[in-house]
Write a new protein. Structure first.
Length: 95
């Protein structure tokens, strides 16, 4: 029964999954700035990579919810396979 419930939740999540390209840049004053050019006005700041990603996800989620409520078009990026889903970012490693 629990597996069936988890599968149902997983299927529902897949139906609501959107992908958006974001650009993350370091700010002169410290921290990072993220922008989602696909959704006008979606940008966020954060003290770290993880924080700026979490913040931009929240902004994008809010934008999607508003667009859904108003019946507006929601653009997204689709990938044919996991092979198409690539990104690179600098990984800080301290010794």
């Amino acid at each position: 029964m629990r597996t069936a419930t988890l599968n149902k939740i997983s299927k529902n999540m897949a139906k609501e999954m959107y992908f958006f390209p974001i650009t993350i840049e370091p700010m002169e004053e410290g921290g990072f700035f993220a922008d989602c050019s696909t959704l006008q006005g979606c940008h966020a700041e954060g003290a770290s990579y993880s924080e700026v990603i979490e913040n931009i996800q929240d902004v994008i989620k809010t934008q999607i919810q508003v667009r859904q409520a108003e019946g507006d078009f929601i653009p997204s990026v689709s990938f044919k396979s996991q092979k198409d889903f690539r990104f690179s970012l600098p990984l800080p490693v301290s010794l």
